[in-house]
Write a protein that binds this ligand. Structure first.
Ligand SMILES: [Zn+2]
Length: 103
C-alpha cells in the first residue's frame, strides 16, 4: 500500500476507503502451498472418501475440509479429504444435499 504523505482535508472520505483493505484475515492456504498439499494428499490416496472412485489429478477432485473452516476446522492436511469432482461428483452432490435439506 502506498504511503500517504499529505492528507488534504477535502479528500478525507476517500482516505477511509484507501486505508481499510488488507485487514481481512484469511489463513486459508493458497497458491503453490495449496497445490503441494493437493498433490501430497492425492498421492497418499487418490480415492474419493465417499464413493471410493479413483480420482484424476489435478481436476478430478476437490480438497474438502472435514470440519469446515467456518466451524473452527483446522486448515491442515489432517482435516482435508478428497471428494471426486464433476457434475455427478461427490463434492457437488454434497453441496446439493446441503441445499435440499432446506426444502
Ligand atoms: Zn465420490
Amino acid at each position: 500500500m502506498g504511503k500517504l504523505k499529505t492528507l488534504r482535508p477535502r479528500v478525507q472520505t476517500m482516505d477511509v476507503r484507501i486505508v481499510k483493505p488488507m485487514v481481512i484475515a484469511d489463513n486459508r492456504m493458497t497458491g503453490y502451498k495449496l497445490q503441494q498439499r493437493r498433490m501430497r494428499l492425492w498421492r497418499h490416496n487418490p480415492c474419493c472418501v465417499k464413493c471410493g472412485r479413483v480420482t484424476e489429478y489435478p481436476h478430478g477432485f476437490e480438497l474438502d475440509h472435514i470440519v469446515p473452516l467456518y466451524l473452527g476446522g483446522e486448515d491442515a492436511d489432517g482435516n482435508c479429504q478428497i471428494l471426486c469432482n464433476g457434475p455427478e461428483g461427490c463434492h457437488g452432490k454434497k453441496t446439493r444435499d446441503d441445499m435440499n435439506q432446506l426444502k
